[in-house]
Design a protein around this ligand. Structure first.
Ligand code: PSU
Ligand code: MN
Length: 308
């Protein structure tokens, strides 16, 4: 085990006893949702993982220590720090945050790296990064990480702040299977479908676990994307999501926002522009994905536990 990692007692016990664990990210806490929604949602996600019989491991870097399994106090502290004081930590930021003993919140890419180091196979979040609209060279490191790190990422696709067709092209090039759980198209975060076809559709967490187990046996060494649409009752009307996203993207362009600041800027503006409407969709899908991640981790555990 990597000596830089520290574990909560609960996560350490679960991993030692080979019980199912689900990784959760922290950038959605520091850069994705406003306080106190962020803290409440992070705790609701942990509760949903527990309800499905798995142990949640929220991951972040606290004063340079890569921490697997934040306490409630850690989540409250990270979530209430002023915006911009916590480093957003993707692959390239990890050595900086650790080396300089910083507080940092892991993105999908950063969380995948740590989950893999810790021996956690399933990770649940809301939306992954992708290729930005109008900027085909702004490709989130999340997509490259999915191509190189064997962790299954349960998500609701990506927000259409991104260029979704180009995002799918990059995932294809990176060799990342996209499995729809109850869907045959890529979900677009607030809305259930982008209309874009994906690789395979399955109906149960246990079928997802079968695919993850096969990838482990084949030693393919890449990630798998598990796409779970937002529950229908809390879906946002497509036109409403689209017009807010268009306006936020135009504003980012006009204000010259670039690099790692683009995604947080657009997330913030979209949530301001859609007010409460998007908040419900956002929270519902995050908690639903955490619950689904728990079910997949439990199924994977049973699958692995069976004699070969
Ligand atoms: N998309 C969301 N909410 C988020 C993010 C993306 O709907 O909170 C966060 C995730 O942590 C993701 C990161 O890994 O933004 C992607 O940032 P970038 O585009 O800079 O790679
Ligand atoms: Mn980006």
């Amino acid at each position: 085990m990597n000596p830089n990692l520290i574990f909560s007692p609960e996560v350490a016990d679960a991993l030692n006893e080979n019980r199912p664990v689900v990784a959760l990210e922290s950038t959605l806490i520091t850069h994705g949702l406003p306080y106190p929604d962020n803290v409440n949602t992070a705790l609701a996600m942990e509760a949903a993982v527990r309800e499905s019989g798995a142990v949640p491991a929220t991951i972040a870097i606290l004063k340079g220590q890569i921490t697997v399994g934040l306490s409630v106090d850690d989540i409250e502290r990270l979530g209430s720090l002023p915006t911009g004081t916590v480093r957003k930590c993707s692959r390239r930021d990890l050595p900086v945050a650790v080396g300089l003993h910083e507080d940092a919140a892991t993105t999908v890419a950063g969380t995948m790296i740590v989950a893999h180091m810790a021996g956690i196979h399933v990770f649940a979040t809301g939306g992954i990064g992708g290729v930005h609209r109008g900027h085909p060279f702004d490709v989130s490191a999340d997509l490259i990480e999915l191509g190189r790190t064997p962790v299954a990422v349960v998500c609701s696709g990506a927000k259409s702040i991104l260029d979704l067709p180009l995002t799918l092209e990059v995932l294809e090039t990176q060799g990342v299977p996209i499995i729809g759980l109850g869907t045959d198209t890529l979900p677009a975060f607030y809305t259930r479908s982008s209309g874009l076809p994906i690789d395979a559709r399955v109906e149960t967490p246990s079928q997802v676990a079968q695919i993850i187990a096969a990838a482990h046996q084949l030693e393919t060494r890449h990630g798998i994307l598990i796409a779970v649409p937002v529950p229908a009752a809390d879906e946002l009307p497509a036109e409403q999501a689209e017009s807010a996203i268009q306006q936020a993207t135009d504003e980012a362009e006009a204000q010259g926002v670039h690099g790692k600041a683009v995604t947080p800027f657009i997330l913030k503006r979209v949530s301001e522009l859609t007010e409460g409407e998007s908040r419900r969709a956002n929270t519902t899908l995050l908690v639903n994905n955490a619950r689904t991640g728990g079910q997949i981790a439990v199924a994977l555990h049973q699958y692995h536990a069976q004699p070969a």
